[in-house]
Ligand binder design. Structure first.
Ligand code: COA
Length: 310
């Protein structure tokens, strides 16, 4: 028994904030942001919009693409660092808004690695035989925890949601390996105290990101019993185009084998991988049966990688 991705969906709020808009409120420039991060614009939620509001349309689309109803879902897992409330979980709000039939529902706090942590947990539920269909969601409203006077972080993050329906299958495809790690001794690189705003030490995060994603990727490939040559596309967390390009170089991959859409969305934290996977699929860059590698890192520090057959 394996867990495969049956359906995928995404949603970003319509309001776009460009680098030129940021030039008007901060001492920054489109040139600085583009060359240092690769970001051109990001989507920003309204003040009243919560993570579950962004997750809802993403989940509806994932269910529709899977040909399934909310009633088929046994568990809802939401990865978010910007939950609707401390409790109840965003997953409980989301399951209710979707009209699910009282599934297990809970949130994961693993910052930008949250979605692949969620996929790993969903995979375990399915391969153990406990559940058949699990909704795994990354949903974030980082605009709510950004200090809009801090140019070093305000230019980086964006809002959005991505979701997958993970289902039991015996056709051989699905998740092949998952490597998940953390190191709390580096917590000060990227953190957000309760009720306060996000803080980051950019340089430190940058270096740790490349090394940790490279190591996790190689370990996940080894555990899946395949090599990089078998991989059709690497979908890394969208934190910075320079991190993505450095990872491609370390792995010895051409840039076109490593997906990026950071120019449109910035860093949407736990939502970035499902949004990127959705767009790669829509653009025909991943097809049924392809091997793909997902890798992420984030506050915690947390990091990891997953190899799956789409
Ligand atoms: N516009 C213009 N100048 C800026 C700026 C901005 N938005 N943000 C910072 N600067 C300035 C700094 O104040 C500094 O000026 P100084 O030399 O006069 O002190 C200079 O640019 C260089 O700052 P530094 O932080 O050393 O730049 P950098 O090359 O490391 O790039 C990041 C900064 C944040 C883009 C980069 O470190 C990064 O992407 N790190 C990873 C962050 C990340 O991915 N976080 C999410 C993890 S999931």
């Amino acid at each position: 028994m394996k867990a495969e991705i049956k359906g995928i969906g995404m949603y970003v709020p319509p309001r776009v904030l460009t680098n030129y808009d940021l030039e008007k409120i901060l001492d920054t420039s489109d040139e600085w942001i583009t060359t240092r991060t690769g970001i051109k614009e990001r989507h920003i939620a309204e003040e009243w919009e919560k993570a579950s509001d962004l997750a809802l349309p993403a989940c509806k689309e994932a269910l529709e693409n899977a040909g399934m109803s909310p009633k088929d879902i046994d568990a809802v897992i939401v990865a978010t660092s910007t939950p609707d409330m401390t409790f109840p979980s965003t997953a409980c709000f989301l399951a209710d808004k979707l009209g699910c039939s009282k599934p297990m529902a809970f949130d994961i706090s693993a910052a930008c690695s949250g979605f692949i942590y969620g996929l790993t947990i969903g995979n375990s539920f399915i391969t153990s035989g406990q559940f058949k269909n699990v909704l795994v969601v990354g949903a974030e409203v980082f605009s709510h925890i950004i200090d809009w006077s801090d140019r070093s972080t305000a230019v980086i993050f964006g809002d959005g949601a991505g979701a997958v329906v993970l289902s039991a299958t015996e056709n051989g495809s699905g998740i092949l390996s998952a490597v998940m790690k953390s190191d709390g001794s580096h917590w000060g690189s990227l953190y957000c105290p309760v009720g306060e705003k996000l803080r980051m030490r950019g340089r430190e995060t940058f270096k740790l990101a490349i090394k940790s994603m490279e190591n996790a990727s190689l370990k996940a490939l080894h555990e899946a019993g395949i090599t990089l040559a078998d991989i059709s596309l690497v979908i890394p967390h969208q934190a910075n185009i320079r991190i993505i390009n450095a990872l491609a170089e370390k792995l010895g991959l051409p840039e076109d084998k490593v997906f990026s859409n950071i120019h449109k969305y910035g860093n949407t934290s736990a939502a970035s991988i499902p949004i990127a996977m959705y767009e790669a699929w829509k653009e025909g860059k991943i097809k049924k049966g392809d091997y793909i590698l997902l890798t992420a890192f984030g506050g915690g520090l947390t990091w990891g990688a997953i190899v799956l057959q789409f």
